[in-house]
Design a protein around this ligand. Structure first.
Ligand SMILES: O=C(O)C[C@H](O)C(=O)O
Ligand code: SF4
Length: 513
């Protein structure tokens, strides 16, 4: 009975974490929204994010389609059977995956096979500790892959772009943390939150950094020196002009938490864990006798439900040109598009991410891609009793991973547009110019907002790659994205990278001696 109740409580924790953004995070997103001028790209992105947060809550569906690598940190009183709890976690994970609250995200690193149920060697991550209290505490973080890929670890002393030498002292630490925000650009779905670990070895340093992500966004570091550093970083990082989604703007970083531990003489690490705005972490206290949840953490203060009307009004003030597109698209239509245009797509699009791009390099496409649109997306998909698919969450994935392939694939198959997030590099930009192609940036993490634009699944190919990696044929209506790389050599991403590096260099001078 007790263990059944524990499993129920854990299931509730998983669903809540995936679908309901914590109150403290919502408050930071509102503050960011208030900072941005109405009508700018940053303000429009934050509106979409806010709307998405509401939709996920209402539909009890994932905020972002990438539900990450579920990581549990558990404290138990002496005498509690941890093996039983671990088994209950696995059952709850399998159920939450079946119910489309989690994307099947667990992939065999050697064969590429998706286990389909979010279990696998080492997955989920479950870490136990004992403590002197009577109750069980379970903390869960669902940290997606895009922001995980922007984590960075510095070994001091080191040389940093824009900032020069970072030595083995507080000023060197300061430089590393600032650099970590710069190097993430918009790819980790900024505006983000960072946890920093100073010291340790490579593994414990990252562990400490990730542990910081469980702190309340508004708490004050008990170590006065670190409290000051956190304030400095938050203030300074927001002067880099990277902004939401890397579109430029005021809000780049929404939280910075720093922890410190001892190190050994030869090593000096600064480890940074970058978390996207879809900062999904939650914790509960569980009665060790009944298995029931007795307390939810991060529950203090106001819960912001973002008012829809105000958001829609903001959108109206936008000065961008809006262009409607339906595939097949001609070269002429593409050449007409410029960075900054807003595009509304209706009709057919095809998903394709890492496995599809690798596949298309060496194989023919299962569908004719001439004039078509590829969406870098790995959706959450449910199948009903009649075998019909329904897209439950479908935001963009980080496009930069397809940089080695994208240009060649567009040319080989005649693809005219790719939708993704975070932008692509010089190879793709050159191919867009040569071939007549465009890169469209969708709002990262806005998985409910985009799922709503998807009216039907009209087919699927290469499902053997697993649900996130298959090629889904989607019929969309008014799917909105911004042109951030055009066929005339312009890239908003390259521009923001350059200007933010210049701004970063302004913080080269010593702050701490
Ligand atoms: O895997 C995904 O769907 C997205 C990923 O988290 C990303 O940010 O690239
Ligand atoms: S797509 Fe963006 S919001 Fe979603 S997990 Fe990846 S980094 Fe986070």
């Amino acid at each position: 009975m007790y263990i059944e109740q524990i499993e129920k409580s854990l299931y509730e924790l998983i669903c809540e974490t995936s679908t309901n953004l914590p109150k403290d995070v919502r408050r930071k997103i509102r503050a960011a929204k208030e900072q941005e001028d109405a009508g700018t790209r940053a303000a429009m992105s934050l509106d979409t994010i806010a709307r998405n947060i509401n939709m996920a809550d209402e539909k009890i569906s994932p905020i972002c389609q990438d539900t990450g690598l579920p990581t549990f940190k558990i404290k138990t009183p002496v005498g509690v059977n941890q093996l039983e709890i671990k088994a209950a976690i696995k059952r709850a994970i399998v159920q939450a995956t079946k119910d489309a609250k989690l994307r099947p995200n667990s992939v065999d690193s050697l064969t590429g096979d998706n286990s389909g149920d979010n279990l696998g060697e080492g997955v989920p991550v479950v870490k136990f500790e004992q403590w002197e209290q009577d109750h069980i505490e379970v903390k869960l973080i669902l940290k997606g892959g895009g922001c995980e890929n922007k984590n960075i670890q510095y070994s001091l002393p080191t040389e940093l772009e824009g900032l020069g030498r970072a030595g083995r002292d507080l000023d060197g630490i300061r430089k590393c943390i600032l650099h970590s925000v710069y190097q993430a650009q918009g790819q980790g779905c900024s505006a983000g939150f960072i946890g920093v670990g100073i010291g340790g070895d490579r593994a414990s340093g990252y562990d400490l950094a990730k542990e910081q992500l469980f702190r309340e966004v508004d708490d004050v570091n008990p170590n006065a020196q670190l409290a000051e550093l956190e304030d400095y970083i938050l203030d300074t990082a927001n002067k880099l002009g990277i902004g939401t989604m890397g579109f430029g703007g005021e809000a780049t970083l929404l939280g910075c938490k720093v922890g410190v531990m001892y190190r050994i003489p030869a090593s000096f690490y600064v480890s940074v864990a970058y978390n996207c705005w879809a900062y999904r972490r939650m914790a509960v206290d569980i009665d060790a006798k009944t298995g029931e949840i007795t307390n939810w953490h991060y529950n203090d203060g106001e819960k912001i439900a973002f008012a829809e009307q105000a958001e829609q009004q903001d959108e109206k003030k936008s000065t961008s040109r809006t262009v409607e597109l339906t595939a097949p698209i001609t070269e002429e239509q593409i050449r007409d598009l410029k960075v900054g245009d807003v595009v509304k797509i209706s009709g057919r699009i095809y998903t394709g991410r890492d496995a599809i791009h690798k596949h298309l390099m060496e194989n023919e496409s299962p569908v004719d891609l001439d004039g078509q649109i590829i969406y870098h997306c790995g959706p959450v998909v449910a199948k009903d009793e009649d075998g019909n698919y329904e897209i439950k969450a479908a935001g963009p994935t980080t496009s930069a991973r397809e940089e080695p392939y994208q240009g060649d694939i567009m040319k080989k198959f005649g693809v005219r547009a790719v939708i993704g997030k975070g932008g692509m590099g010089p190879k793709t930009l050159a191919a867009l110019e040569e071939h007549g192609g465009v890169y469209l940036n969708a709002i990262g993490g806005a998985a409910q907002y985009y799922a709503d634009c998807i009216k039907a699944v009209e087919g699927v190919d290469l499902l053997e790659f697993g649900i996130p990696e298959a090629m889904w044929h989607l019929r969309v209506e008014d799917f909105t994205a911004v042109v951030t790389m055009d066929s005339h050599g312009n890239s908003l991403h390259a521009d923001v990278d350059k200007s933010s590096l210049e701004k970063l260099a302004q913080f080269k001078e010593k702050v701490y001696s």
